[in-house]
Every structure is written in structure tokens, then in C-alpha cells.
Design a protein around this ligand. Structure first.
Ligand code: ATP
Length: 277
């Protein structure tokens, strides 16, 4: 039944939008994202792919980031490429957590830097958080390219280059963090995170906010706040919530955090993916 619905949806989308494949070929030759047709039914997906391709070309994103993006894109398709109500609640709870935090840090990897550099800078400003680069495939060149890219998008202070502390129980490269950044943070936003590192951060007692389109992936499964949404939508939504809640008192923020049900959020996302609209 569910499969028939999926096939039906696939056919409807493709029959209603016979130009999809034409635009998909066009995107490979597009040099700047402004050239992407905004009225295209899959505009956001084209934009995401274009940003990842550019990230790889600039040495910001590892080639494996393309696989990660492909996985995310498939889940987003099944979610309907929109922020579902449970994700919106998670984004609001995440904003409240960040505003309550003593030392919040936003973790940046190669895909995050390629997809939402300016949006992460805006979120950091709205909740007074640090930005820290944390890579699975860490090289000095990629670290520097990402730091430069974030600065081009308005970041003033970028952490992660010192790497003077280690996340316990992780192998060497993936464990590297800044002592005055992720190591000491109480709340960390870890988008598109590898499951091992998410589990190791959770074991350190951090409050983890994970953005991941796959609700079954280990990272959202261990997160206090799993946000099952495309990072392209999730980060601006979190910033909007943070700005709206800027004058809220501690009791109101705590009430938002406490009323969030992580199990329900994960179940709602899985139900949408398996069952459709
Ligand atoms: P595990 O957590 O079990 O290690 P994995 O190996 O699939 O899972 P990674 O490849 O480390 O995870 O990370 C990629 C994750 O990021 C995938 O779960 C994918 O769904 C998600 N993802 C990819 N692109 C986006 C995006 N634009 N927005 C949100 N999530 C995304």
C-alpha cells in the first residue's frame, strides 16, 4: 500500500513536472546559483546539489559529502521537501535550549559549510554561540578553506583550528576539538553528524541538537533534540525562533524545552517518510 502511494506520488510529481530532467541536466552547467530557476518545482534540491558541487570544487566539502547529500535528498523527497510540524517544534525547542545555554557551540563540517555558511553565522549571532569546524576527513587545507569561507560569510571568530582537546573514546582525527569550544560547551548543534561522534559527544554529557533528514540514523537517535528537516530550512527556522524568543524569560524557555517530546518527533518523521502525507 505504502509503496503504491510512493509510486503514485513519484508519477504525479514527474507527470506534473515534465521539465524536471531537463533542468537537472541544465544544473550541471550552471556557474552561479542565481542562475537556477526559482520557479522550478525542485528548486531547493537543485540549489542544495549546486552548493555541494561548488563546495567540492572549492575544497570545502569532501567527495563523500556528495553521498551524504544524496541520502539526505532521498529522505527529503519522502518528507515532501517541507518542514513538518514536529520538526518545527524541534526547531523552536532547539532555539530555547541555545538561548538557555551557558556556552553553546555550532559544529561545522564540509557539507554544512557548503550549504548554509551565512545562515550558521546568523544563528550564532542570534544565540551568542561559537562556530567550530569539526571534520571527519580533516586536513589543514580543508580546515583553512572552511574557515576562510565562513569569514567571507561574516564570521569573525572561527574555532576548531587549535585542536587542543580530544573527545574521549573516538579515534584521533575525528576526536580533535578546541578546548574552549566544543570540549567545554554545554549545548552543541551537530548537523549532518557521523553517528560515532554524536554518541561520543552524548557520552560527554553534552546537550545535543542534531539536524538530520534520516530519523533512523544514530545521530538523531541519541540527540536530546532531533530535528528531522533539511538543514537549508532548519537553520533559518531556528534563527527566526531565537529572534522571536529573544526577550522570553528563563521560565518560558524552560517550559518550551520541557514540553518537547523527542520520541514523538522521531516517530512523526518516520511515519511521514513511510506513509506519505
Ligand atoms: P550514521 O549516523 O548511522 O553514521 P550515516 O552514515 O548515514 O549515519 P553520515 O553519512 O555520517 O551518516 O551523515 C549524513 C547524514 O546527513 C545522513 O543521515 C543524511 O540523511 C543527512 N543529510 C544529508 N544531507 C542533509 C541535509 N541537507 N539536511 C539534513 N540532513 C542531511
Amino acid at each position: 500500500m505504502a509503496i503504491n502511494l510512493w509510486i503514485g506520488r513519484f508519477l504525479i510529481v514527474h507527470l506534473e513536472n515534465p521539465v524536471v530532467s531537463e533542468h537537472e541536466t541544465v544544473s550541471a552547467t550552471i556557474e552561479h546559483e542565481d542562475e537556477l530557476p526559482e520557479d522550478h518545482p525542485r528548486y531547493q534540491d537543485l540549489l542544495t546539489r549546486h552548493r555541494i558541487e561548488t563546495g567540492v570544487e572549492k575544497g570545502i566539502t569532501h567527495l563523500q559529502g556528495m553521498h551524504a547529500e544524496g541520502r539526505g535528498s532521498a529522505f527529503d523527497y519522502l518528507l515532501g521537501e517541507e518542514t513538518i510540524p514536529s520538526a518545527r517544534k524541534a526547531e523552536r525547542a532547539a532555539a530555547a535550549h541555545l538561548l538557555l545555554a551557558d556556552h553553546p557551540v555550532l559544529s561545522i563540517n564540509g557539507n554544512v559549510a557548503a550549504l548554509v555558511p551565512g545562515e550558521m553565522v546568523d544563528l550564532a549571532a542570534a544565540v551568542d554561540a561559537d562556530l567550530e569546524i569539526n571534520l571527519f576527513n580533516r586536513t589543514p587545507e580543508r580546515m583553512q578553506a572552511i574557515a576562510d569561507h565562513l569569514r567571507e560569510h561574516g564570521a569573525t571568530d572561527v574555532k576548531g583550528l587549535e585542536a587542543d582537546a580530544r573527545i574521549p573514546n573516538l579515534d584521533h582525527q575525528r576526536a580533535k576539538v578546541d578546548e574552549d569550544g566544543i570540549y567545554e560547551a554545554d549545548v552543541v548543534v551537530v548537523p549532518l553528524e557521523d553517528g560515532d561522534r554524536a554518541e561520543a559527544l552524548e557520552a560527554m554529557g553534552k546537550t545535543e541538537i542534531v539536524i538530520d533528514l534520516n530519523p533512523l540514523s544514530r545521530s538523531p537517535q541519541v540527540a536530546e533534540i532531533p530535528i528531522v528537516d533539511n538543514i537549508i530550512r532548519a537553520v533559518p527556522n531556528m534563527t527566526e525562533h531565537a529572534l522571536t524568543l529573544a526577550d522570553a524569560d528563563t521560565d518560558e524557555l524552560r517550559a518550551i524545552v520541557e514540553s518537547f517530546d523527542r520520541e514523538q518527533a522521531l516517530e512523526a518523521a518516520e511515519a511521514r517518510i513511510r506513509g506519505g502525507l
